[in-house]
Design a binder for this molecule. Structure first.
Ligand SMILES: [Zn+2]
Length: 112
């Protein structure tokens, strides 16, 4: 990614390295995988087994899937899907540094 390219923020982890908007019209996922939390938009949301899909709108399904996935990511100590996308100062091994992770989560208004 070039510095001047537009980027998009992952609604799951707050990482700002997405090359496409995570969703298009009518909640159609981009199929991009977040390099940070590994969420695949349009796949991991509608395939999330913990959600009872029948009662919910697409918007509600996506929202719940994001929350579940975010919690998993936090529980796994901010494991990175693609560590090569992150600077050495941002990560420790294959995990995002806690201060970076917390800043990301704050940027999408998530308390931890
Ligand atoms: Zn993410």
């Amino acid at each position: 990614m070039k510095p001047n390219d537009p980027y998009y923020i992952c609604p799951v982890c707050g990482c700002n390295k997405l090359e496409d908007p995570p969703y298009y019209e009518h909640f159609a996922g981009s199929n991009e995988i977040c390099p940070c939390c590994g969420f695949e938009f349009g796949v991991d949301d509608f395939d999330c087994v913990e959600i009872d899909m029948k009662q919910l709108s697409d918007e509600e399904i996506i929202k719940q899937a994001h929350e579940i996935y975010r919690q998993n990511w936090i529980n796994h100590q901010f494991r990175l899907f693609d560590p090569s996308m992150f600077r050495e100062s941002e990560k420790t091994g294959k995990r995002l540094n806690v201060d970076v992770a917390l800043k990301q989560l704050q940027s999408i208004n998530c308390r931890t």
